[in-house]
Design a protein around this ligand. Structure first.
Ligand code: PEP
Length: 260
């Protein structure tokens, strides 16, 4: 089964709603000018919550074929949870995806594997595909090897899900996020292959075959093609480079790079 590649831009806490409009329009025009074939790669943008309504309206009005996602959601559906955002609200704003368990949320907001699992369930309750982030720190890699931490994080996140659950996994080694210290394609493949095996064990062979696994961590136009040649890497979760129109467009157009 061919998995449609997914190139996802995590804007983090960057670009207000006005800047978001300019950015999305420019990205769309840049891809059109380059005669990018829309169906070849799925493109998703993950703006801050305050931009989502504006970006949704723009995508809809201008028929821009980008998917929309949020960077987090509440494990709860409604009620007295000040500052939280329900999956129900995101779903009404046409968010097809939500990032869950990004290392910055695990690190700065104390999100445990159990919280991540509860948020995955919340996303699925509202028909939103969770982009489940896993990855090890440098110390963890030295202590327990390249795959152990990500494998355990994924096992907890997937526990109890039905075999037909629609999820995306992002392998993001913490030491490669925003550092410029990119993993090698072989390192990414080693962990992504192990994660696919976990999906197979927990959700079954069909799920392992259809689920997309992304690599994230200092992805740029210059290194994306090598990752995409790996059999278990189905796309990228891009941070810093997703804020640069030309760079992000070149990442999306990786199939045109030499040697792919
Ligand atoms: C990220 O934060 O998900 C990420 C991969 O960031 P960067 O591309 O900047 O390393």
């Amino acid at each position: 089964m061919a998995r449609t590649p997914l190139i996802a831009g995590n804007w983090k806490m960057n670009l207000d709603h006005l800047q978001a409009v300019a950015f999305v329009q420019k990205l769309h025009w840049t891809l059109k000018d380059a005669k990018h074939e829309d169906g070849s790669v799925e493109v998703a943008v993950f703006p801050p919550f305050t931009d989502i309504r504006t970006v949704q309206t723009l995508l809809d009005a201008d028929k821009i074929p980008f998917a929309l996602g949020a960077q987090d959601l509440s494990a709860q559906d409604s009620g007295a949870y000040t500052g939280e955002v329900s999956g129900a609200f995101l779903s009404k704003l046409d968010c097809g995806y939500v990032i869950i368990g990004h290392s910055e949320r695990r690190q700065y907001h104390g999100e445990t594997d159990e919280v991540v699992a509860a948020k995955v369930q919340a996303a699925l309750r509202h028909g939103i595909v969770p982009v489940i982030c896993v990855g090890e720190t440098l110390e963890q890699r030295e202590e327990s090897g390249p795959t152990a931490v990500s494998v355990e994080q994924l096992r907890v996140a997937l526990a109890g899900l039905p075999a037909d659950a629609d999820v995306v996994i992002a392998y993001e080694p913490v030491w490669a996020i925003g550092t410029g210290q990119v993993a090698s394609p072989e390192q990414a493949e080693e962990v992504c292959g192990a994660l696919r095996a976990v999906i197979g064990e927990v959700l079954g062979a069909d799920a392992a075959e259809r689920t997309r696994i992304l690599y994230g961590g200092s992805v740029k136009a210059a290194n994306i093609a090598a990752f995409m040649r790996e059999p278990d890497v189905d796309g990228a979760l891009v941070g810093g480079a997703s804020l640069l129109v030309d760079e992000f467009a070149a990442i999306i157009r990786y199939q045109k790079h030499v040697g792919v």
